[in-house]
Design a protein around this ligand. Structure first.
Ligand SMILES: Nc1ncnc2c1ncn2[C@@H]1O[C@H](COP(=O)(O)OP(=O)(O)OP(=O)(O)O)[C@@H](O)[C@H]1O
Ligand SMILES: [Mg+2]
Length: 350
């Protein structure tokens, strides 16, 4: 039999990527088709290679080609990742860092915002994405509340252009929904909106995209873990034992089989209180030791400890993260976190 590229493409159009509800040809996932006699080699591009869909699509490609050309055809499927191919909408983003916690209110958004600013201060190109629909706070912290992102055409598709302030690109689920309507959003709607912020947005070239994740272990966490190539997660906790119990659960989710996303380490927020007039004093009002225990148990480093300081809250509420200020012990604590994140990422990137 004489097999043509056209015949192979036709057969591949019957292979569906269920998560994206379309076939792999129309999804532009076919990188290359090579035909030699009765040998067919197909290179398929996936968002990430540890997605369970890779195996399913692999089998489906073999099945469809054998159905079409008979059992004697030899099929070789080569899965490659978007990152390896330098393709995909997030190809210009080198490192996606997700800031997570088990519990609300521990300071995830504060840490994400100040991490973004500190990474930018050390000369990196940075974006921040607020994925918390119930309490989007990144626009407030960056002083862009009430503004709307721009739009542009990219390959025939309308995509969002992030807002920018303090040199950092910003997008938020809060741009889609009023806070009082958030409760009515179903998981699938939130996921769609999240995917738009990630993929249908013009992030351009970034060294770091910091994602402020909602607390806990819901749909968005799974979508993020399964569909995107995350360099690592930063866990935020406070020193109380109850907080570390929740964060442990969240950490374990990202460590499940097939979702192996590196945990870069823990940030202990509200670690201690230092009165302004007694900078050498540290009061451990929420206790001490639970975070160290957790770090040891998960075998990950503590990336930094952030004190409780009125200025951190004031600056966040005021639309300019405290890390934008000249160096103080507080800004230094966030710079240390950023430096440790950089160190961890460099180790991972080899
Ligand atoms: N180290 C700190 N010192 C003083 N105030 C802080 C500190 N960290 C966070 N806060 C304040 O605590 C409140 C909660 O912080 P933040 O919004 O960052 O938490 P979160 O984990 O993102 O909460 P949510 O789960 O609601 O998204 C905010 O008002 C913030 O300004
Ligand atoms: Mg938050």
């Amino acid at each position: 039999m004489f097999i043509t590229n056209h015949d192979v493409t036709d057969a591949l159009k019957e292979v569906i990527f269920f998560a994206k509800q379309n076939n792999i040809v129309d999804l532009n996932m076919i990188d290359d088709i090579e035909i030699k006699g009765n040998e067919v080699k197909v290179t398929v591009i996936f968002p990430k290679l540890d997605d369970p869909a890779v195996g399913i699509i692999y089998n489906s490609v073999v099945k469809k080609l054998k159905e079409k050309f008979g059992d004697e055809v030899k099929v070789d499927v080569k899965p490659v990742s978007e990152a390896d191919k330098g393709k995909g909408p997030l190809a210009g983003v080198k490192n996606i860092i997700a800031v997570i916690s088990g519990k609300g209110g521990v300071g995830k958004s504060t840490v994400a915002a100040n991490l973004a600013v500190s990474l930018h201060k050390s000369g990196h190109k940075v974006g921040i994405l607020d994925a918390d629909i119930m309490g989007p706070s990144v626009p407030i912290m960056f002083g862009v509340e009430g503004q709307n992102p721009g739009v542009m055409e990219r390959e025939g598709k309308t995509v969002m252009v992030p807002l920018e302030n303090y040199g950092i690109k910003i997008l938020s689920l809060g741009f889609f929904v009023q806070p009082d309507q958030a409760l009515m959003w179903r998981g699938s709607m939130i996921n769609n909106a999240f995917n738009q912020l990630m993929s249908d947005s013009e992030w351009g070239n970034l060294d770091f995209l910091v994602i402020d994740m909602p607390p806990g272990t819901g749909d968005i966490q799974l979508t993020l873990a399964q569909s995107y190539n995350i360099r690592g997660t930063v866990l935020v906790t406070t020193p109380q034992k109850v907080a570390t119990a929740d964060v442990r659960r969240a950490a374990m989710m990202y460590r499940q089989d097939k979702l192996t996303i590196p945990l870069l380490g823990i940030v202990e927020n509200m670690a201690y209180f230092t009165p302004e007039d007694m900078p050498e004093k540290k009061y451990f009002i929420f206790g001490q030791g639970a975070t160290d225990e957790l770090a040891k148990e998960l075998d990950i480093p503590i990336l930094g400890r952030i004190p409780i300081v009125e200025k951190i809250r004031e600056a966040g509420d005021g639309g300019a993260p405290v890390s934008l200020n000249d160096e103080t012990p507080v800004t230094k604590s966030f710079i240390d976190v950023a430096a440790n994140v950089l160190k961890q990422v460099e180790t991972l990137n080899g």
